[in-house]
Design a protein around this ligand. Structure first.
Ligand SMILES: Nc1ncnc2c1ncn2[C@@H]1O[C@H](COP(=O)(O)OP(=O)(O)OP(=O)(O)O)[C@@H](O)[C@H]1O
Length: 433
């Protein structure tokens, strides 16, 4: 679900000069531009010669600031807030709610059920505060268990947002969820409109959001291999949406707090409140939005200026997400000093100067394989973040590039298996379930 517009306007005038000191010991691992150009010729071998670095444990406290910094290509307008201040940071540390591996989706096939209020009340123990797992702009999210044993997430609209606007978003989410089904998308089970209650019932994904993992709210550091796998999962999900039968679906809010992880760290894209189906006859850039939707820091600058929505807006957001995955940092961090922020724009600048290593999350190992994959991922991010959509790759192409990165990364690690993350199970194909 999406929150309605929280604020609008604003343009960052600050020049972004993050403090190198904030990237603990990273300067020691800076790669030279000659090395970078070499790596393009023979990436695996060059990366194998790269420095071996340090491993920093997961200790950084989570960011939770509110912010209005639009520094990624000076994006000028916002809807909600990439700092996640409003919706994240809410209900972690309650491990019983996040449960065990047995908590993941089971038994129930996806498909629309018109739930009764009695079923929902039973599943959520009358919306017990103990079962509250999140809060978004749309309302509160509860964990529940259906009669057949299936764990679900029940999204309950706030009474204060029972207006026309939220009604449209509710219907939009229902329409989209009804249509789609993919391993890397949160499954839709059903919904309920009952008196003044509007409820959406979806698959319960037990391991929190990607943003929480990047902030180490679940303990262990998400290693590089797992992050690469997450990027591929998200690329698969969004490719599926964009290539969906006759009418592509544009998600419009790809961001780390909308990506949920399973107990095996498989990623599932959630939150279709803003999603839009491109109807027959609409060509790439013919749709003019009446209202810009999305989250500050992830918004396509061309969409912001033209109000024309295309699949390439998701590609732009995905580029921001790629930077987030390798840096571990939010795209917007208002509480930090300007010089300490790591924006996608700054990361791209460092990459272009041959200094990619400086942006790597200090909690990740500076190993040849990681250094190699970092460069390759930033190279892809640079394409995704192109100011003009015509210069951005399609999402399917992003997935293909990421497969190749993973293949070379595997080679560098000396592994022979397609899955790099110690506990993930995955396939190479972009397939519908
Ligand atoms: N299917 C789910 N399984 C497990 N937890 C979920 C699920 N859906 C949502 N949550 C939890 O509830 C929180 C709120 O989700 P929701 O989609 O309503 O809002 P949001 O996207 O975080 O916020 P906003 O829409 O205002 O930006 C999520 O951050 C997550 O922690």
């Amino acid at each position: 679900m999406k929150s309605p517009s929280k604020f609008s306007g604003g343009r960052s005038t600050a020049s972004q000069t993050p403090d190198r000191a904030s990237n603990a010991s990273s300067s020691a691992y800076s790669s030279s531009s000659s090395q970078r150009s070499n790596s393009r010729r023979n990436p695996v071998k060059v990366a194998a010669r790269s420095v071996k670095g340090v491993f920093v444990a997961c200790f950084t406290p989570p960011e939770s600031e509110n912010t209005r910094d639009f520094s990624v290509y000076d994006t000028p307008s916002v809807i909600s807030d990439a700092s996640g201040a409003g919706s994240e940071k809410k209900h972690r540390n309650s491990s019983s709610l996040y449960g065990t591996s047995n908590d993941s989706t089971r038994l129930r096939d996806p498909g629309i059920t018109k739930f009764t209020i009695a079923e929902i009340l039973k599943a959520t123990k009358n919306f017990s505060p103990n079962l509250k797992i999140g809060q978004g702009g749309f309302g509160t999210v509860y964990k529940g268990q259906l009669q057949d044993g299936t764990y679900v997430a029940v999204k309950r609209a706030k009474k204060s947002v029972y207006d026309k606007h939220s009604g449209v978003e509710f219907q939009s989410e229902i329409n989209t969820l009804t249509e789609v089904g993919h391993l890397n998308l949160v499954k839709f089970y059903g919904y309920l409109v009952h008196e003044d209650e509007k409820l959406v019932v979806v698959e319960y994904v037990p391991n929190g959001t990607l943003r929480e993992h990047l902030e180490c709210m679940h303990g262990a550091v998400l290693d590089f291999a797992a992050r690469l796998d997450v990027a591929i999962d998200v690329a698969h999900a969004v490719t599926y949406l964009h290539m969906y039968s006759d009418h592509p679906i544009i998600h419009r809010d790809i961001k780390s707090s909308n990506i949920l992880l399973t107990e095996k760290n498989r990623a599932k894209v959630a939150d279709f409140g803003f999603a839009r189906m491109v109807t027959d006859g609409e060509s790439d850039a013919t749709h003019i939005s009446t209202q810009v939707k999305g989250t500050a820091g992830y918004l396509d600058p061309e969409y912001l200026t033209t109000y024309q929505l295309t699949e390439k807006s998701d590609v732009y957001s995905f580029g921001v997400l790629l930077v987030e995955l390798v840096t571990g940092r939010r795209p917007i961090e208002a509480k930090r000093e300007l010089k300490e922020r790591i924006t996608a724009k700054w990361a791209m600048k460092k990459f272009s100067e041959g200094d990619a290593i400086i942006v790597l999350d200090p909690r990740l190992e500076r190993s040849p394989a990681n250094n190699f994959a970092l460069e390759k991922i930033l190279e892809l991010a640079l394409q995704c973040l192109a100011p003009h959509r015509r210069n951005r790759p399609r999402m399917r192409r992003c997935a293909e590039i990421l497969w190749n990165i993973r293949k070379d990364y595997t080679e560098l690690l000396g592994l022979n298996t397609p899955s790099l993350s110690s506990n993930s199970q995955r396939s190479h194909s972009i397939s519908e379930e």
